[in-house]
Each structure stands twice: as C-alpha cells, then as structure tokens.
Design a binder for this molecule. Structure first.
Ligand code: GLN
Length: 473
C-alpha cells in the first residue's frame, strides 16, 4: 500500500494501471476470496484518483485498491454476509468506514468472502463456498475474514477491511501471514457493519505490514454519532516511525504456552519475544487467571447477542422470503429455516436458550460476570506492563474441511483472540515465523484501551528487524 503510494508519486505507476492489474489478478485467482467485484466502479475511482494525484493531493490512500468484507455495507453493491438469506440485499447506503475510505480516494474493489454472518473460523460456512489459503490451496485461510486475508496475502488488493468479534481479523491474518488489527472497542464506527454480537464487534484493518495497517486505521477511526458506542475522541495520525522499544515492558503470561500448544507456534512466538528483548524491551511475567474461561463466556455472550441481532431476518424487513407459505408464522419459519446455514442456526438456538427465562441467570449473567473478571485481569496486568505478547492462534492453518463436524474444537482455537474482544482492548496479529509445513505463524500483541498506536508502533519496529512479513506465498 505505502509502496504503491510512493510509486504513484514517482510516476512509476498510475492508479488505473495498478487497479487494472489487480483486477486481472482477481480474475485469474482460484482462491474464491471475492464474492463480488466492482470492476467499473474501481476503474472509475482509479481514474478520479489519478487526477487528484496529478493536482498534488497528498492522501496516502488515493488510488489504493482496498477489499471490503461482505458484512460491511456498500451502497449499490451487494452485501450478503455470505448468507443465502441476504443474497439479494443491496444496501442503499455506505458503511461509515466505506464512506471514509471513499473520501480519502481509496478504490473499493469489491466484497470478500466470510463465514456466514461472520460466525466461524474457516470461511467454510460461506454460502459461496470456502476461500482457499494462498500459501497452500488445500488449507483454510482462517476466518471469518478469510476472503480479506487471502486477498491481501495474494496481492489481490493493497489492503482490506475485516470485522473482529472473537478474532476474525487476527486469526485469518495469522493463517495468511499478514498483519491485522482489532482496534479498541469504540474507535471505529460500526455503522453499516451487519451486527453479529454488538458488544464485541469491531471493524479492523488488514495489510501486508504494520505501517499499511496504521494508514488504513487512521483513515477509518474517529467518532460517528450514528454508532452509539463510538467514542467521541480526537485522534492524531499514527506515527509511521516505529516505536523505540527500549524500556518498554512486555508482559508474557505463561498460561499462553500450555501443554497443548503446537510446538511450531510456540517456537516462533518465543523467538519473536526474544527479538523484542534484543530491541530493548523488558519481558515481564504476568498472570491472567480468568482467561481460561474466555471461550466459554464468549460462546454464551456472542450467540446470545446474535440471536437477538438476527431476529430481523424474517423475510419481511430483510431476507429472501420463502413464497409458498400458508400464514405469517409459517413464512417466518420457512424463510429462516431455508435461509440460514447450520452454524448460524446453532448460534441462534444456543443464544435463545442462554437468554430464556430460568437460564438467563445461569448462563448469560454468569458469562457477563466472567467477562468483567477478564477485563479486570487485563487492567491489573497493564499496571505492570505496556503491552502483552503471545500467540494469535494455537495452530497454523489446517486443511479445508477439517473439523467441519466438530464445532467445539473450532471454537477452542479462539482461546487467544476472544479475551481482547471481551475486554474491549486493542490486539494485533503480526507474522513471526513459519511452521514445519511452511504455513505462517502469527504473534499477537495486546494493548491497554487506546493502546492501538503503541502495539502498531512496536510491530513496525519488529518488522524493521524481521522479514517474515515480506515473504509472499
Ligand atoms: N471464530 C469466532 C466465532 O466463530 C469469531 C468470529 C468473529 O470474530 N467474527 O464466533
């Protein structure tokens, strides 16, 4: 992205030529990363960007081709959440983040594949079929923002937006060897993001390195009164210089390295931590005692919120209506039975159960209390350190179709990513090595609330020292 922007300024490359070549790569790609491509719109916006650059405009995103996850609304362009239920939905408005990107002159290429309604970790629950990992086409790119991650890794765009409710930006970033940020809750407006679990959802930028991610992040964050959780706060641009790591305290909880962690992930992550130490950081052991309950709490809270958010897809206000109904109730039932896939139905049932009278106290309220304890663990940890480091995912990318019949094992893979969503804190995945089979490994950096720039800056310094982010599939 930044290298493209530089080449535009040197007149070594023009936005129409670059966008044209990216579109050609998308056409030739077999990854199934995109569910819709707006070729005409992209070429029109590339031409407009070219003339703005000629007039001397500085914005780094001018003419930069960006891919947008298909649960983020784009005016006049299908937004399906990879669900049969929304396959005919064309939003009449742009999401706040898309408006901001367009205002910066970025070129929105199209929409990327995801797990249906962003529920999943493989992109395999998409009604458009799975996306493949560009490092090995027999493997999953992760999910749910698997289309965005695969597109960035394969050079089908310069950067992308994903959404992260329990890890959906960071986990596919880790599996595809790219950098992805889950921002502090409330820094990026969710207006126009199709709601999954509203108290956890956050849109995040994905790119080939931390500087690209920082540029995208600066473009999309900021207060928006249309999202009631958006924080009224002024932000100044993130420094692209990298952070001086001397004296920076990095907390490493030993529970991040349990028996079951894959050896290749442990090796790469521990190596990355030694690089930080070499760069002057002080490694401090910390404890996060309640983290082990994170997955259990998340898989109550997220389905509970999802069951409520997805009630609107009834075939009346939204959704492809089933037409051979006898009465209204039957129409609701048939529309939802036919429209939603198995994983989405599983979440709606789990969530409805957890919220129902008599069970609410035992499940939803308990999970909310655990959430508070986890947030407290982080608050105490950040008294002793400036950021926390560990793995993003306990494994590297696995085979397409593996574990499809075993949702519980897939849920457990979210163990490292979920806590940041529960606590609302920022977290970033950075490439830090490769496993035995050559698949990328991600290092996760977690920061205190509004520590997004600190973890991005630390990642820049790490990437100035390492080359993992430069290796391409
Ligand atoms: N894998 C998690 C889930 O299935 C996270 C999804 C997400 O962040 N959108 O819920």
């Amino acid at each position: 992205m930044l290298d493209t922007a530089r080449r535009y300024r040197k007149e070594d490359l023009s936005p129409p030529a670059h966008v044209e070549s990216v579109l050609a790569r998308i056409r030739a790609s077999e990854l199934n990363a995109f569910v819709a491509v707006d070729e005409q719109g992209a070429l029109r916006d590339a031409a407009a960007a070219a003339s703005r650059i000629e007039r001397g405009q500085e914005d780094l995103l001018l003419g930069i081709p960006i891919a947008v996850k298909d649960n983020i609304c784009t005016k006049g362009l299908h937004t399906t959440c990879a669900s049969n239920l929304l396959k005919n939905f064309v939003p009449p408005y742009d999401a706040h983040v898309v408006e901001l990107l367009r205002n910066c002159g970025a070129v929105v290429l199209g929409k990327t594949n995801l797990d249906e309604f962003a529920m999943g970790s493989t992109t395999a629950t998409s009604s458009f079929g799975p996306t493949k990992n560009p490092w090995d086409m027999t493997k999953t790119p992760g999910g749910s923002s698997g289309g965005s991650a695969a597109a960035v890794a394969a050079g089908l765009c310069d950067g992308a937006l994903g959404s992260d409710t329990g890890g959906s930006v960071r986990q596919p970033a880790s599996f595809c060897g790219i950098t992805g940020l889950k921002p502090t809750y409330g820094t990026v407006s969710r207006y126009g993001l199709v709601a999954f679990a509203s108290s956890l959802d956050q849109i995040g930028p994905m790119g080939r390195n931390a500087r690209d991610v920082a540029v995208l992040f600066d473009a999309i964050r900021g207060h928006d009164p249309r999202d009631s959780t958006s924080i009224p706060r002024q932000y100044s641009p993130t420094s692209l210089d990298g952070l001086d790591l001397h004296g920076l305290r990095i907390g490493v909880p030993e529970i991040f390295f349990p028996q079951g962690l894959s050896r290749e992930v442990e090796r790469a992550v521990r190596f990355a931590i030694t690089v930080f130490a070499d760069l002057g950081a002080i490694i401090v052991p910390i404890e996060l005692p309640h983290l082990r309950y994170g997955v259990a709490a998340y898989y109550i809270i997220a389905p509970a919120e999802a069951s409520s958010n997805l009630a609107r897809y009834d075939g009346v206000r939204f959704g492809v209506r089933d037409s051979d109904e006898e009465d209204l109730f039957e129409m609701y039932c048939k529309t939802r039975s036919k429209g939603f896939g198995d994983e989405v139905k599983r979440r709606i049932m789990l969530g409805t159960y957890a919220l129902s009278a008599g069970y609410y106290e035992a499940y939803y309220r308990k999970a909310s209390q655990v959430r508070t304890l986890i947030a407290g663990d982080f608050r105490r940890a950040f008294d002793r350190c400036d950021m926390i480091a560990g793995p993003t995912v306990p494994v590297t990318a696995f085979g397409l179709g593996d574990m499809v019949d075993d949702p519980l094992s897939i849920y457990l893979l979210d163990i490292y990513t979920i806590p940041a969503n529960l606590a609302g804190i920022p977290a970033l995945s950075v490439p830090c090595g490769f496993g035995d089979n050559g698949m990328p490994v991600g290092l996760q950096l977690l920061g205190p609330p509004f520590g997004d720039e600190t973890i991005l800056g630390a990642a820049m310094t790490f990437q100035d020292r390492t080359r993992f982010h430069e290796v391409r599939p």
